[in-house]
Design a protein around this ligand. Sequence first.
Ligand code: SF4
Ligand code: SF4
Length: 204
Amino acid sequence: MKNYILKFWQGFFTIMIGMKVTFRHLFIPAVTIQYPTVRPEMPERERNRLYVNMDDCIGCLQCERACPVNCIEIEIVKSIPGEDLGITSNGKKKALWVTKFDIDIAKCCYCELCVFPCPTDCIYMTDVYEFSEFERDNFIYDFVTLTPDEKEEKKKNHEEFMIKKESEKAAAAKMKAEEEAAKKNENVTKSKNNTDDKPEENKE
Ligand code: SF4
Ligand code: SF4
């Protein structure tokens, strides 16, 4: 019996030693939070998911060039005379249609290098940090606001404008060449006439 009580006491004492740290933490404020019910307050200048305000994007490609991992892909189309694309919120005139603006956020390393060169501050980090996906393709964010039909229309308009401009240029060059040829012929005829007149003058 004595032995039984001794063993019981030893077991109890050992448990108490093991639980010492646990008991101590019952009286210390918790450093963990009940995520996702409670969300942590993010620090200033946090780097999370990128966003592009396309209303202010002028298609300058500076963010694309600055990205060290090439996860931004932009395609632009020049506007044609008569098209008014408006101005950005900081007063820059827009002259290019942005027909593609994809960010592959799965490749993004959150370096923020694309944000600093933007002349209109339209690409920036947001406070969104929960954006997991089941499909890899869902990480490619498409920011373009034009519809597929509008994109095609802008490309077609520009192509037609360029063809027209080239044909006008070719027609002007042809006209200039014809004028120069006519002038040259006129000069040749004049000099020939002068040569024909000279013997008669000598006879007199
Ligand atoms: S944060 Fe860095 S890696 Fe991500 S898109 Fe911008 S430049 Fe590229
Ligand atoms: S740097 Fe800014 S304005 Fe230029 S293409 Fe990128 S997002 Fe648009």
